[in-house]
Design a protein around this ligand. Sequence first.
Ligand code: SF4
Ligand code: SF4
Length: 317
Amino acid sequence: MPTFHEAIVDATGGPLLPAAIATVQVNIGLACNLACLHCHVESGPKRTEAMTRETLLSVLAAVRSSGAGVVDITGGAPEMHPDFRWFVDESLALGAQVMVRTNLTILLDEGHEDLPGWFAARGVHLVASLPCYTQANVDAQRGRGTFEGSIEALRRLNEVGYGQRPALRLDLVYNPGGTGLPGPQAALEADYRRRLADDWGLTFTRLLTITNMPIGRFARDIDRDGRLAPYVDTLAAAFNPATVDALMCRHQLHVAWDGRLYDCDFNYAIGLGADDAGGAHIADFEPTRFLARRIATRAHCFGCTAGAGSSCGGALA
Ligand code: SF4
Ligand code: SF4
């Protein structure tokens, strides 16, 4: 089996290189109200790591200097960061589109119940994890009661116009329960649309399918019964050259909670920093230098190029 780098050279004639900085993705902290099985950043209620105000200001400066059109805020549950609302407003003030990755259930917690209306007033684009439309599968991956909480949060979001009005985008994220590749995104979206409408009267904008990456908590879990190596082989065997142009690492900058720079959040999760030529910390960020780097790749990257491909924005090809 070729390495990921060899597969890229075979497909494109050279190493994986950045194309643009369209998005600044920022992980503002690792605290989360859930502790999901597939969580590649290993977030949970006991994590306290959070981006400082000074680093958040450096991120805003990078959005300005790079001209990125999208600020993609993730965590953890980013809503739990004390500067979350300030940071959303500052990003919007720069003219960027703001995308927030929410686990939905946080919107029911004390101190966050007003967020649906707050998001709607600002036109924030919401991307919400809902790994299945059945209670059993969601609770198995994310913990008991998560499905019920997610449905209630979706109901509140629909109520303020999310997933109903074109300006209020509510995308749902699906990932498989185990080591299979996600099914075709359009077919799954149709299933989700029907089931959520019939069972709960809910609507959403788009479904994004994401492949489970063979890293972190998920990798350890499947390694226990010997499924990790075969899973990586399956991903490698499904390498699809048509996914390479759109790989998210080619179009974004990922900033970890401590300000260090990565090609993507998966590389962050395994501690694989962006090439030093790109500048190691957001405080030293310079767009031209960052775009001159070479993207750091390893075997887990096959998770992004398998089949229809996978990214924080769903399938790629
Ligand atoms: S909700 Fe998201 S960040 Fe939180 S534990 Fe689950 S996957 Fe990780
Ligand atoms: S894991 Fe990251 S670096 Fe590797 S291909 Fe995917 S987005 Fe690119």
